[in-house]
Design a protein around this ligand. Structure first.
Ligand code: SF4
Ligand code: SF4
Length: 67
């Protein structure tokens, strides 16, 4: 299992192009004209969105595994 992550957006960099939402295999990111939204329940921690952002606006925060 890969490390579970939360994806964080840097709102100063993000220009809401929708690229990250377009590459996310599980539709865990939604980009609206009003802002960027992350749906933790859908995210499979693949990090594709982080590499895909053209301006480096996304980063990962480790999620503590709770048993
Ligand atoms: S890490 Fe993967 S599943 Fe999670 S939001 Fe990014 S692209 Fe989607
Ligand atoms: S790809 Fe980057 S700039 Fe584009 S909407 Fe996603 S976070 Fe924002």
């Amino acid at each position: 299992m890969p490390e579970r992550i939360k994806v964080i957006v840097n709102e100063d960099r993000c220009y809401l192009c929708g690229g990250c939402a377009g590459v996310c295999p599980t539709l865990a990111i939604e980009v609206h004209s009003s802002g960027w939204e992350f749906l933790q329940d859908k995210c499979i921690s693949c990090r594709i969105c982080i590499s895909a952002c053209p301006v480096g606006a996304l980063s990962a925060e480790s999620l503590e595994v709770s048993e």
